[in-house]
Ligand binder design. Structure first.
Ligand SMILES: NC(=O)c1ccc[n+]([C@@H]2O[C@H](COP(=O)([O-])OP(=O)(O)OC[C@H]3O[C@@H](n4cnc5c(N)ncnc54)[C@H](OP(=O)(O)O)[C@@H]3O)[C@@H](O)[C@H]2O)c1
Length: 273
């Protein structure tokens, strides 16, 4: 039997992080090698198995990244942007292990710092771990090749009322895929929101519409609107379990049967091909 893939989790107490930890503990293919928490976290110094209402596993929530990763094959991050960037820079200075981040909401400076880290370690950034969303992104890219002069693109998203950032990282990722396919930079053509007397729609722009409420896990639709026809490419997450499942798929891909991956930046598109 091959030995389990040893994984360190950043942010194991959050909604995404705890789902990933549970999925890791449920599979003999993986073991939890470390867990990084804030010093103020109630899980600091606590066995993560017990924290998740499971048997103790001997993996304690700790603040020192170096210590939490020294036996890890890969690090997976479900924390928040400032922590992600600090961890990526630390891993880059240590020369590994590689990092998979599922975090969204990086600002431009944080994105640039992550790009520098990707020269020194393998770094997979997935604003959405769902394999269905990854396929949706590929379809969005394909449909965006329709002429921008005839087809207007609008991205709609709905999430639960606790979500802090808008538009969602996934909505931005889908819009960016469409902009890329049109040879544009999203920042140059995005209409992030509309209010009041907005005037006619600017040709070639990509618009966003955001809804928040209830417990919606995540809904995204990319609409292509022409004078005589419309296309909608949509994805609906029914259970947060899809994120943990995709995260495990990302871990398998990044560790690559023990071979690992070359330094560089990767995405879920590399996994769905
Ligand atoms: N890629 C995907 O498929 C996917 C799916 C869902 C969400 N997300 C994204 O994942 C991120 C987390 O979402 P969530 O809903 O799980 O949020 P959450 O429930 O608020 O969890 C955030 C986690 O980060 C930890 N954290 C925050 N600052 C930290 C620091 N400085 N050091 C160590 N840990 C720190 C928190 O620890 P404490 O408990 O101590 O505060 C908590 O464990 C967001 O960016 C979200 O948009 C991605």
């Amino acid at each position: 039997m091959t030995s389990p893939i040893r994984v360190t989790v950043l942010g194991p107490t959050g909604r995404l992080g705890s789902a990933i930890c549970r999925a890791l503990l449920d599979s003999p293919e993986f073991s939890l090698a470390g867990a990084v928490v804030r010093s103020e976290s109630p899980a600091c110094g606590v066995d993560i198995g017990s924290w998740l209402d499971r048997e103790p596993i001997g993996c304690i929530g700790e603040t020192a990244l170096e210590h939490a990763v020294h036996e890890a094959d890969i690090v997976i991050d479900a924390s928040l942007p400032a922590m992600t960037v600090a961890a990526a820079e630390r891993l880059a200075s240590l020369g590994g292990p590689g990092l998979i981040t599922g975090v969204t909401g990086f600002n431009r400076d944080q994105e640039a710092r992550l790009a520098v880290c990707a020269d020194k370690i393998p770094l997979l950034a997935a604003g959405n771990f769902s394999l269905g969303v990854a396929v949706t992104e590929a379809l969005v890219r394909q449909a965006a090749r329709l002429p921008a002069t005839e087809w207007d693109i609008e991205v709609h998203e709905t999430h639960h009322k606790r979500k802090a950032d808008a538009p969602s990282g996934t909505a931005i990722m889908l819009a960016r895929a469409a902009a890329d396919a049109r040879g544009e930079r999203l920042e140059d053509i995005a209409t992030w929101s509309r209010e009041g007397t907005t005037g006619p729609r600017q040709s070639g722009s990509i618009g966003f519409a955001v809804s928040r409420g209830g417990s919606v896990v995540g809904e995204h639709a990319v609409r292509y609107l022409a004078e005589l026809e419309e296309i909608t490419i949509s994805h609906r997450a029914l259970d947060r379990a899809i994120f943990a499942r995709g995260a495990l798929e990302a871990i398998r891909w990044m560790t690559n049967n023990g071979e690992g991956r070359a330094n560089g930046r990767y995405s879920m598109q590399d996994i769905v091909g």
